[in-house]
Design a protein around this ligand. Structure first.
Ligand code: AMP
Length: 594
């Protein structure tokens, strides 16, 4: 019999696990009879660990020892963290954040270990392999950290798949017909994704994906609490109290998905005073409107990326606990012009999809291939500090791409390959995933040839290779292993910044390219001018074009420089042709004379 492969949804708020048993994908319930386990980890002073509901129960007594939302810290560096975190974050002498002395990977590993335990207990046997889901927007470091967390939990992670792809799989089993296009709107506790998938010949392809790794139901709990505190005239509470109050805010939020009003009530929250405020669904919807608006903007961006209109979609799927909020469902229906499909359990669809994928990989289910896309562009830095994209954003993975580069200066003996991820035109504005030097024997400018190739495997892990064409020697780095060195800000910031800076970025690129051309042209033209090879009829225009280029260079504006360089290029066109002709004649004369 085929080896079982677990399907695990490692969520910010909740996690779930399933397997294919007797040909059916099923989710497995924990001892409480629930198929959903809170992604909460209690770490006792003596190092004891409890996971799930048991951990949450300890929150009332020891709020500072219960870690939730650890997924927000996965694969991130200290310097990138922003916003509140329920438990204090510390760091040793590394850039990796730690919570209660443990890394995010170690804490996530505890949740995965619990998932493994539940599955083994239910199935009555050991299970080693797993498929784990991540938000489509997780970048390389976050995917690699998730994989390592699985390994720490004693699992062989056979595949990391995107959450929306998993969700579509769960819906897709019986629903999708060929050529269907589906939008997957996933709003959970801590992340938001919108992906557009196409199913063709039994294959799912992700056409586009947009998201925000810091947008979810947790934010709404915070907004409710701030609203309540403002009304009650409380400006601040300590961290432990805030954790308790947030739990009440969440309870109120859940109630308002079915009821028209609910009361936020915490007696003696600071030992003496009590909090009691009634909040209506209308109040909540006012608070939530900008928050929902953010998700809608990302939806529009994904549609634009896929070059699709709302009418081109055959279905809209919603997943994630926060899609139970009626205002969210209404907004999604309005934006896409159709009612979202709610036939699957919003909390279970992702785990179910991961389970189906596990079943496909183990051979327990019929073959179905999944294709994912790169959430951000990947490239290297080239002359002038420009970003040279090798694999554009939203490319289907696994994939490979390469390009040939040459040395920028005479006698150069090494080239530094900086692997970049991001959407900005200038290398400095993108994130450096890693860098390495390629040494070669010194040669004149433009003579050394180095081929750079990027390969992304089916888990979204990148390998960069540089080959010195002359010697055939390869230098390779695997970016996955350099995960904590990733110098990234939030993915969503990157995308919105690239839109925000589109015009200035483009101007900088145009200026840099024109400047490089000018720096090549000017010395050559000056030599020719000084050698008297220029006809008098040409001289005036060339000299004035040279002056215009120098003037534009000093001015620093992109389009005038581009125009000036074009003018100089044009003014020297006939001269350049003549020089080539003369050189050829001279060579011919030499040949005939010899
Ligand atoms: P997930 O990350 O998909 O498990 O979603 C968890 C998020 O969904 C949390 O922020 C929950 O508060 C939220 N959630 C779950 N059920 C509901 C509900 N009935 N109404 C509003 N939010 C909900």
């Amino acid at each position: 019999m085929a080896e079982m492969i677990l399907g695990i949804d490692l969520g910010t708020t909740n996690s779930a696990v399933g397997v294919v048993d007797s040909g059916f994908p099923i989710l497995l319930a924990n001892e409480d009879g629930r198929r959903i386990t809170p992604s909460a980890v209690w770490i006792g002073k003596d190092g004891c660990i409890e996971v799930g509901e048991k951990a949450l129960r300890r929150r009332a007594i020891e709020p500072d020892r219960v870690v939730t939302s650890i997924k927000r810290l996965m694969g991130r560096r200290m310097s990138e963290l922003e916003g509140d975190f329920p438990v204090p974050i510390t760091t040793g002498n590394t850039e990796t954040p730690r919570v209660l002395g443990k890394t995010p990977e170690e804490i996530s590993a505890e949740i995965l270990r619990e998932m493994k335990r539940i599955a083994e207990w239910r199935m009555g046997k050991e299970i080693q392999k797993a498929v784990i889901t991540v938000p489509a927007y997780f970048h390389d470091a976050q995917r690699a950290a998730t994989k390592r967390a699985g390994e720490l939990a004693g699992l062989e992670v056979v595949r990391i798949i995107n959450e929306p792809t998993a969700a579509a799989l769960a819906y897709g089993l019986d629903k999708l017909t060929d050529k269907s296009r589906v939008a997957v709107y996933d709003l959970g506790g801590g992340t938001f994704d919108l992906s557009i998938l196409e199913m063709q010949d039994g294959v799912f392809q992700v056409l586009a994906t947009h998201g925000d790794t810091r947008l979810g139901g947790d934010d709404l709990d915070g907004l409710i609490l701030d609203w309540v505190m403002e009304r009650a005239g409380i400006s601040e509470v300590d961290r432990a109290t805030r954790v308790r109050l947030l739990a009440e805010a969440e309870r109120v939020k859940l109630a308002l998905s079915t009821d028209e009003a609910a009361t936020f009530r915490v007696p003696f929250y600071d030992g003496s005073r009590s909090l009691e405020e009634t909040i209506s669904r209308e109040d909540l919807e006012k608070l939530a409107a900008p928050w929902i608006g953010k998700t809608l903007r990302l939806c529009r961006q994904a549609l634009a990326d896929a070059a699709l209109k709302q009418d081109d979609l055959n279905a809209v799927i919603i997943v994630g606990g926060s899609t139970r909020i009626p205002a969210v469902r209404r907004a999604v229906a309005e934006l896409f012009g159709r009612e979202p499909d709610i036939s699957q359990h919003p909390d279970e669809a992702i785990a179910l999809g991961a389970t189906i994928q596990g079943g496909v990989l183990s051979g327990a289910l019929r073959q179905m291939i999944l294709l994912d896309v790169t959430p951000l562009s990947l490239g290297i830095e080239t002359f002038g500090g420009l970003m040279n994209v090798l694999i554009p954003r939203n490319s289907t993975i696994p994939c490979k791409a390469g390009e040939m580069f040459t040395n920028a200066a005479d006698g150069q003996a090494a080239m530094c390959v900086r692997v970049l991820q991001g959407e900005r035109e200038m290398a400095k504005d993108n994130w450096e995933l890693g860098k390495f030097d390629v040494a070669f024997s010194p040669s004149p400018k433009g003579q050394t040839r180095v081929g750079v190739q990027f390969k992304i495997d089916e888990n979204g892990i990148l390998e960069a290779l540089a080959r010195d064409v002359a010697t055939g020697v390869d230098t390779i780095i695997e970016i996955g292993s350099a995960a904590v060195d990733v110098d990234d800000a939030a993915v969503e910031t990157m995308v919105s910044e690239s839109v925000e800076h589109a015009f200035t970025d483009m101007a900088e690129r145009v200026f840099t390219e024109a400047k490089m051309k000018a720096e090549e042209l000017l010395p050559a033209v000056e030599i020719v001018l000084s050698q008297g090879l220029v006809k008098d009829t040409e001289r005036e225009e060339i000299e004035s074009a040279v002056l215009a280029v120098k003037f534009a260079l000093a001015g620093g504006a992109a389009n005038p420089l581009k125009a000036a360089v074009q003018r100089l290029d044009h003014a020297t066109e006939a001269l350049a042709a003549r020089l080539v002709e003369q050189a050829m004649d001279a060579a011919l004369d030499r040949q005939l004379g010899s």
